[in-house]
Design a protein around this ligand. Structure first.
Ligand SMILES: [Zn+2]
Length: 347
């Protein structure tokens, strides 16, 4: 049975068990397979000669404008960060854009609560004010501003610490839950490390730091998630710290780290880990390339996506935090795109 957008929104975020979720996903994804085969000529060409519908790789979205809507219906064009080289281009009609944003809201509210909390942005205001082309970082901050209130920016425009603003924020909100948001490496290098150097410590009583954007630079600096969290507890007090994972090609679907250090797949998406050489799916605790299925992409054929990230699934339905669904870790990036799906070349 195919679910409408309204029905999708009513699903419990982490509440379907394996059998329920697989049944729901199978029907929803096969609907999207057929929908995109009918509405995107390029997608149909890419799938020619494949025995079954195969996932698209991320580089395909950089090379081609893969869309299942007409130019008149295009409501927004999302682009990926891409400081170097080509960027992904994702076309959204108003229906898909709205669904993405409502699902993202529902997911974040599970973690943040429904009230908008006072927000400390671990970045500079200038990051979101640059006129020429919005970076993914700027878009990420813009998107998150919606979930907080009274935003304070912790960094000056030259990315140094703005200690006055941080002190103001702490004075004003030391007794209430707060929401902090930033990109992992910026949080670490421009914020936490600077606080340590200045010997500044705060004792927030409640709240949450949400951070994402990858661990590549953190790994280069040999900073583990445990060390990261310990230092944050020392510098900021009793706030909970949650990493997140997600990508522009499947905007709206976000994987948030639970209290036990695991990223969780929400009900609208599923993760599989596949062997880089054979593309066959691997079992739990085996490292491989992350394949993401999401039921949200309707205006473009991004519902089955082979990423360029390496990961490992730890289990399904049995994380100690009690949330159902698969839970996993991201291990890093593929050196370069080594995986070639069936649809990776035109036949
Ligand atoms: Zn968990």
């Amino acid at each position: 049975m195919h679910l409408s957008n309204e029905q999708l929104l009513e699903l419990p975020i982490y509440g379907l068990n394996k059998a329920q979720k697989q049944a729901f996903l199978a029907s929803q994804l096969s609907f999207l397979d057929n929908y995109h085969l009918q509405h995107c000529a390029l997608y149909q060409r890419l799938q020619q000669g494949c025995e079954q519908v195969s996932p698209l790789t991320v580089p395909l979205f950089k090379e081609f404008l893969l869309t299942s809507i007409t130019a008149e219906d295009q409501h927004r064009l999302l682009t990926s960060s891409g400081t170097q080289g080509p960027t992904s281009k994702i076309t959204l009609d108003s229906e898909t854009a709205q669904l993405q944003s409502r699902i993202l809201t529902k997911t974040l509210q599970h973690w943040l609560g429904k009230q908008r909390l006072p927000m400390l942005v671990i970045d500079a205001k200038a990051t979101i004010q640059k006129k020429a082309g919005m970076s993914a970082r700027a878009a990420g901050i813009q998107g998150m501003l919606f979930f907080g209130r009274d935003p304070h920016f912790a960094l000056n425009d030259d990315m140094t610490l703005n200690i006055e603003v941080i002190e103001q924020f702490f004075e004003k909100y030391k007794d209430t839950p707060v929401f902090m948001f930033g990109f992992t490496f910026i949080v670490w290098q421009q914020f936490i490390q600077q606080l340590v150097q200045m010997e500044k410590r705060y004792s927030f009583t409640k709240g949450m730091l949400l951070h994402g954007g990858g661990w590549k630079k953190m790994q280069q600096s040999a900073v583990s998630n445990d060390v990261f969290k310990q230092q944050i507890a020392q510098s900021l007090g009793a706030i909970s710290v949650h990493d997140y994972y997600g990508m522009v090609e499947q905007t709206g679907t976000i994987y948030i780290e639970c209290e036990h250090g695991h990223l969780h797949a929400p009900v609208w998406s599923d993760i599989t880990v596949v062997d880089a050489a054979t593309a066959e799916s691997l079992g739990n605790n085996q490292a491989g390339v992350i394949l993401l299925n999401s039921v949200l992409p309707k205006s473009y054929p991004g519902h089955r996506l082979l990423t360029e990230d390496l990961g490992v699934i730890h289990g399904e339905d049995d994380c100690a935090c009690g949330r159902l669904g698969k839970y996993f870790s991201v291990l890093g990036r593929l050196a370069k795109s080594q995986v070639r799906g069936c649809s990776d070349t035109f036949s």
